[in-house]
Design a protein around this ligand. Structure first.
Ligand SMILES: Cc1cc2nc3c(=O)[nH]c(=O)nc-3n(C[C@H](O)[C@H](O)[C@H](O)COP(=O)(O)O)c2cc1C
Length: 173
């Protein structure tokens, strides 16, 4: 399959079956995160895997809305960046999240980016702090987002090339 086919197939999937992701698929998803490029090749991100249902439930409340799917996912990958290793931790974390999300789609595994950085819990607490407390990492780490993963519950509707909004492309004359 060509990369464009996987790009068309990639959707945010928020509802999952109560089934495990095959181990070899999950390994490939992690490989994608590890293969993501980073500025100056500094590799500031670590990948923390959460499988425990109670912890996933807690993470689903780490922001006011948009994290609910974590409670029903099979696994979550929290991208934990060390800003002392690189000042481009936001970019590096984002690329890793995007690569893993795309790899998951290519394997027919559903996934969804859960934004943590810049978000708040329903109590007004900083979402990054809430996540750090749940997973037990030091304060200085930064968390752009979490990838929720699972076998899609419903059929995933791919995009079509005709959906592309070409009016956003501008050639400078
Ligand atoms: C930076 C970023 C943050 C996102 N945060 C969330 C989120 O917190 N919760 C959520 O359900 N979806 C989140 N998404 C998924 C977007 O809502 C989704 O990509 C967009 O609606 C387009 O749908 P598609 O992914 O199916 O093409 C995020 C996506 C990106 C790129």
């Amino acid at each position: 399959m060509a990369l464009i086919d996987d790009l068309l197939k990639r959707r945010s999937v928020r509802r999952y079956k109560d089934e495990n992701i095959p181990k070899k698929d999950f390994e490939k998803i992690l490989q994608a995160g590890l293969l993501a490029p980073t500025s100056r090749n500094r590799k500031p991100c670590n990948f923390l895997i959460v499988e425990n249902k109670k912890t996933l439930e807690k993470l689903s409340k780490a922001k006011e809305s948009g994290a609910e799917m974590l409670a029903g996912c099979n696994k979550a990958i929290v991208v934990v960046a060390n800003p002392m290793i690189s000042d481009t931790w936001i970019e590096d974390s984002s690329i890793a999240l995007g690569y893993m999300h795309l790899m998951a789609a290519s394997l027919d595994i559903g996934s969804c980016w859960v934004q943590i950085h810049l978000r708040k819990t329903s109590d007004g607490e900083d979402s990054e702090n809430a996540v750090k407390e749940i997973i037990g990492v030091d304060d200085y780490y930064r968390i752009v987002g979490i990838l929720a993963l699972g076998i899609p519950k419903n059929e995933v509707k791919p995009y079509a090339l005709e959906d592309i909004d070409k009016s956003r492309i501008h050639f400078l004359v």
